[in-house]
Design a protein around this ligand. Sequence first.
Ligand code: RUQ
Ligand code: CUA
Length: 659
Amino acid sequence: MKTKILTGLAALGIGAMVVLITACPSAKNTTADAGDAAQKVYVAPGKQDENYFFASGGFSGQIGVYGIPSGRLLRVIPVFSQDPEKGWGYSEETKPMLTTSQGFIPWDDTHHLQLSMTDGIPDGRWLFVNGNNTPRIARIDLTTFRTAEVIEIPNTAGNHASPFITPNTEYTVAATRFSEPYSFENGDVSIASYKDNFKGALSFIAVDKISGNMGIKFQILMPGFNYDLSHSGKGVSDGWFFFTCYNSEQANTMLEVNASQKDKDYIAAVNWKKAEEYLAQGKGRKVKAPYMHNTYSDETHTATSETIEDVMTLNPAECPGLVYFMPTPKSPHGCDVDPTGEYIVGGGKLATVIPVFSFSKIQKAIADKSFEGDIAGIPVLNYKAALHGEVEKPGLGPLHTEFDANGNAYTSFFVSSEVVKWNVKDLKVIDRAPTYYSVGHLVVTGGDSKKPWGKYLIAMNKITKDRYLPTGPELTQSAQLFDITGEKMKLLLDFPTIGEPHYAQMCPAEVIKPKSLKIFKLLKNKHPYVTLGEKETRVERKGKEVHVYGTAIRSHFKPDNIEGVKVGDEVYFHVTNLEQDWDVPHGFAVRHNENAELLIMPGETQTLKWVPKKAGMFTIYCTDFCSALHQEMQGYVRVSPANAKVELSSNAAKDKKPQ
Ligand code: RUQ
Ligand code: CUA
């Protein structure tokens, strides 16, 4: 317990010791008794979990997919990362996915996940995730559990309030955590000129209904605050989007102190339907801002990158009714909207209450012009006029809130290390459960949607200390599963997670499972280097380039003997997996290749580039145990000196055989 308190305080850098001790949760009564808990999370061998749980991998750049209630890890999806296991970011086909306006960037920091929605309910089609550091949003196709698209977000630094989406997936958003001088005005300025020159962009990225493809529709140019988190309106508030921000002090150094001066910062309420009207009226200004858009095709099995040159910008000062600020105590982080869309909750990291705003009161405050002033032409609503009420003495360091279907909210508290359940209408605290330790985000099944399924809550903890076997200086992060079917939350399970999860999404397996793809149809393979059958296999030389049109099927490669490759050649192995059976990938590796393997799915073609540095006999083999004779799935490539006279040949169907 002590460790936890110190950690929490150190992280916040403030002393709230007195309150803290009283708020320190007791572990008693909240853990379901062991037998009961074991039964609730036990998924018998051969049986499947009832829910998918998708958690961002934080600084691993990936996504972890788990089954709930068992907590079993099912898959790691590489997004902003290279994954040697799957060849992601190593194969020629996937490299463009990690290309940005500033080159190949195979890492990012993923924080938030959002499932696509229809009428405010997760529909299991796509999963969106943000890249913080080099601002990007990726879309995962949930038929393949692969990254299908990555869009870069210009004029943004620290893409944190992202990729939250509107109820019918009309838009996903990206808001800049750091304000910065806009590239198009006053680019090279001193940091000290922050207040004059730095601005924040809120980006609205339209999502195509059929393909899911993203395109930046517009950016709203906001004052130079730090935009932190967001959630879309829904139900009564559909058409609006809410963003928290901190550092309304506009400090540019020692934010820990300098951005904690004011009692209140803000939630920005954005009317995106109004934005569309203003765009239609020609109020947008086109601004030069080159950024990359990468898409992966399951037909060509190849990614392509295109550069887009500019972005549309709206200035709220010229667009009345587009944005309002709601004062929010203090340094708000989480920004969550209840299932009805009426209540908007701000999680003020340094606040002693949880403010809950009412959408109808916001509308009334706007109509009555209950303003406290304005910031850069954006009206600031009167706090009380927009407020539904405050949850009093909820705990310390409130961060994020999720909801169940019965009008309850669950808020995570980093400092007092607990989840607190409260009623959205009367704002009374109902229950509190300790977490081990220092919970960040939490998630309920469908808990930020219009119709939460409820039943389970998962707390994602930043620190685990003594909870698991030690593994050197770095310990695993952890998730804790609670049963929330009763009045009291019951802790069922601790399980480790990959990376450091921030947000997550959880939904019933049935929403996704029936759509899951089993194979790629070989006859639909439009890869430019596909080999549709062994009869087509061959090797071709084009100057220094050698192209191998190869195939893999249990349990051999064709060709598996290649000669006439020379030092300094660029060899491209285009390997097509001819299998048409579920779960029969083949791997492909070349000795001394400065790369990862390929892992090729049935019906797919993937390419490994290899530049041999020395003459010699090089071996190739399949890395995925695919059959009883998997170990026989191997071959040789002879590499001769650069000046050798050996002609290119192989035992492929269409080649002159090696002598
Ligand atoms: S954050 S722990 Cu990056 Cu969503 Cu709140
Ligand atoms: Cu193919 Cu092992």
